[in-house]
Design a protein around this ligand. Structure first.
Ligand code: NDP
Length: 675
């Protein structure tokens, strides 16, 4: 088949590079594609992103951008078979491709959903509550996040060309920042195909996305303090790029996700008769063979109680023996090839290095049986299980990452040793622990948490639904300290913040409310008719308020409420016992009675645009209400978030005060209102 000629997407046009280099198929060694970026004007690409893409994205609200992500993800899913077809040439099985392609689309869908649920339909994001800065409340602070006004440069690894691109694009585009994507050359043809699908949707504003199918030329020289680099790959490249003089001078944000010597620990309680033993064996074998072990999160080091090392080694070897290696299209094949012969050579070198301190107990780096393929032409490698009997004095096992189906089994004497050994990775993306003993779990998290970005604790209760050691998830952080790069990706909305600037804004409550598009105490209210419950979502202005009349709470009310609900707690029913309580002067009204009476005071009962009360947040009872006290309520529209074409969520600030204007309760009430 004629090799694909990969194109760059620069300044809104598809352009071929003039320095085409071949990319070999992982399976046959034949050239699948040719790639190159010479001739691109990298400075103009950055300028195009800043001048066109940035302003267009920043003019969209978070919700607009979230809908755009959904359209991109939908398009990837609709055309996924085109991507699977190319994915086989990277050495990936259908299952590996699923993680990459559908996992990537799933991540975009998640960011789309988080954008609509957790972010406002606005262009500025309030970060946390207002901060009181003055006695009379006329001067306050508010942290806000605004999108960087530069470009995000995404430099991706070869192992997940689709997921790796989309997990960075989700947060970046949601933040409102344009991106230039530079995939790893070895699998750039798959990344280019997925990128092309996104461009062809037509939903991206001009300048929002560009693509470099080759080297980045002099692009780094043109970066500024408003740009961000998000890198995935080897530690040596990350260090080199991070030291670039422009990156240092301009404090260009640099998020790195690098190689990692991830560990898995079999807990001291997990003897062969316990379910956690089998779960551990299964997970280690799975992590070694999925994607032929080319996962930044794969288990490289396995620590087991020293008396179990023989049993564990036999059990893992027995599972690995079932691996069928070969052409990923062939029926029955469970593990494909490494991405290239040169990558396989690197893995063999790494195995030879580890072998100075460890023996090989399964597999042979130089021999592999393959199905429906030619072992000499494809980049196939047998799974290799090593065993190192003295991990405390060994060094290579904790430092050398064999980026393939390779793992080393090691004994530990006690849990403190196991924790110390995990931490010898000098910072990892993830570790896992297989235990049913919650004390063990707590000690490991306390002892190893500082060295790990994620800790998976697997046991018989969660195994069936567990997403596994190796799967980063959009709503959890992905990244780790030290050797793992010191960065964090995803983690829900945290990942969006990497592409935004946090600014502390100071001013009057009126100004801050307008900037953050969120009413805040001290900002003006409008308590003129009509009642706010008479207004549709689209008609309701923030600050719209109802101030109710007062209601006096009697002892009869308290007794009636107690018997009606069954809540006869002594603080409401027994004067002597209540008075002995340091919080109460005597019998007090139930908190829920205050809430119920508050609702009775502020509701406007007739059918109208308020569809449902669906909860309350941040409830605090600040002062007891005793029989004879009178309460009244101020209910103010605080923020709004449209959910769909029919309704939106309104958050109401509720302030309940007594006859002395003292606050007895505050909370945020949530309603769904018709558009
Ligand atoms: P590299 O660090 O060489 O490449 C990662 C990315 O950086 C690729 O897109 C690469 O592009 C790009 N790159 C390389 N040099 C430069 C440069 N000077 N300027 C700008 N971009 C550059 O890693 P590899 O993909 O070659 O893999 C090597 C090793 O890295 C693996 O064996 C493994 O140990 C580790 N790795 C770790 C991963 C992780 O997720 N933590 C993922 C993949 C690899 P190009 O491909 O065009 O050179």
């Amino acid at each position: 088949m004629k090799p694909l000629k990969l194109m760059n997407y620069a300044e809104g046009r598809w352009v071929a590079g003039s320095d085409l280099a071949p990319i070999p198929s992982a399976i046959t060694g034949e050239t699948v594609a040719e790639t190159g970026s010479r001739g691109l004007d990298f400075a103009a690409m950055a300028a195009h992103a800043r001048a066109k893409g940035g302003p267009a994205l920043r003019a969209m609200t978070f919700h607009d951008r979230a809908r755009m992500l959904k359209a991109l993800a939908t398009a990837i899913m609709e055309r996924k078979e085109e991507l699977y077809e190319l994915s086989y040439s990277t050495g990936a099985t259908r299952n590996d491709g699923w993680i990459d392609i559908e996992g990537g689309a799933g991540t975009l869908f998640s960011y789309s959903s988080m954008g609509r649920r957790e972010l406002p339909n606005d262009t500025i994001l309030a970060d946390g509550p207002p901060v009181a800065l003055s006695k009379k409340g006329t001067f306050a602070g508010q942290h806000v996040m605004t999108p960087l006004q530069g470009v995000a440069l995404h430099i991706n690894a070869f192992n997940f060309p689709v997921w790796g691109m989309l997990e960075k694009l989700g947060p970046t585009l949601l933040a409102g920042v344009p991106a230039i994507v530079k995939p790893a050359s070895a699998t750039a043809y798959l990344a280019e195909a997925a990128f092309r699908i996104m461009i062809e949707t037509g939903v991206l504003p001009p300048g929002a996305l560009q693509f470099i199918a080759g080297g980045v030329g002099d692009l780094f020289d043109h970066l500024t303090c408003q740009d961000a680099i998000s890198f995935t790959g080897s530690a040596s490249t990350a260090e080199k790029l991070q030291r670039h003089p422009t990156v240092t001078r301009e404090s260009v944000r640099f998020i790195a996700e690098r190689d990692s010597l991830n560990a898995s620990v079999l807990g001291p309680d997990a003897t062969p008769d316990q379910p956690e033993f089998d779960l551990f064996v299964k997970e280690v074998a799975r992590e070694m063979t999925v994607k032929a072990g080319q996962k930044c999160t794969a288990i490289r080091r396995c620590f087991v109680p020293s008396n179990l090392i023989g049993a564990v080694g036999d059990a893992i070897a027995a599972r690995l023996a079932k691996t069928v290696i070969g052409d990923p299209r062939a029926v029955g094949v469970t593990m494909g090839a490494l991405v290239s012969q040169s990558q396989r050579d690197d893995v063999r070198k790494a195995v030879a290095n580890i072998a100075i301190e460890a023996e090989c107990i399964f597999g042979d780096p130089d021999r592999v049986d393959v199905k429906d393929a030619d072992a000499k032409r494809g980049a196939f490698l047998s799974p290799i299980l090593m065993r190192c009997c003295d991990p405390m004095t060994a060094e290579r096992v904790h430092e050398v990452e064999a980026f393939g189906p390779v793992s080393t089994l090691m004994p530990y004497r006690n849990l403190d040793d196991a924790i110390a050994l995990c931490n010898r990775g000098h910072g990892s993306l993830v570790m896992s622990l297989f235990t049913y003993d919650t004390d063990v779990a707590k000690r490991v998290v306390g002892g190893a948490g500082a060295y790990h970005g994620r800790v998976l604790i697997n046991d018989r209760d969660c195994a069936r639904e567990s997403t596994g050691h190796g799967s980063p998830l959009p709503n959890l952080i992905h990244g780790g300290p030290g050797r793992a790069g010191g960065g964090e990706e995803m983690g829900g909305i945290r990942g969006v913040m990497h592409y935004m600037q946090r600014t502390a804004v100071q001013g009057s409550p009126r100004t801050l409310a307008a900037v953050a598009n969120r009413w805040t105490p001290g900002a003006p209210i409008d308590d003129t008719p009509p009642h706010p419950f008479r207004l549709r979502f689209s008609e309701l202005a923030l600050g719209k308020t109802v101030v109710t009349k007062s209601r006096t709470i009697t002892l009869d009310d308290i007794e009636h409420f107690a018997h009606f609900t069954g809540d006869t707690f002594y603080a409401h029913m027994d004067e002597e016992a209540a008075a002995a309580n340091p919080f109460f002067p005597g019998r007090v009204a139930h908190g829920y009675l205050i809430l119920s009476f508050a609702a009775g005071l502020f509701v406007d009962p007739a059918p109208g645009p308020v569809l449902a009360n669906y909860g309350l947040d941040n409830l605090r009872f600040l002062k007891p209400v005793v029989p004879g006290d009178s309460i009244k309520v101020q209910l103010t529209a605080k923020s709004k978030s449209q959910r769909n074409d029919e309704y939106g969520e309104v958050k109401w600030d509720v302030l309940v005060t007594n006859q002395n204007d003292e606050t007895v309760a505050t909370y945020d009430l949530l309603t769904m209102n018709a558009i």
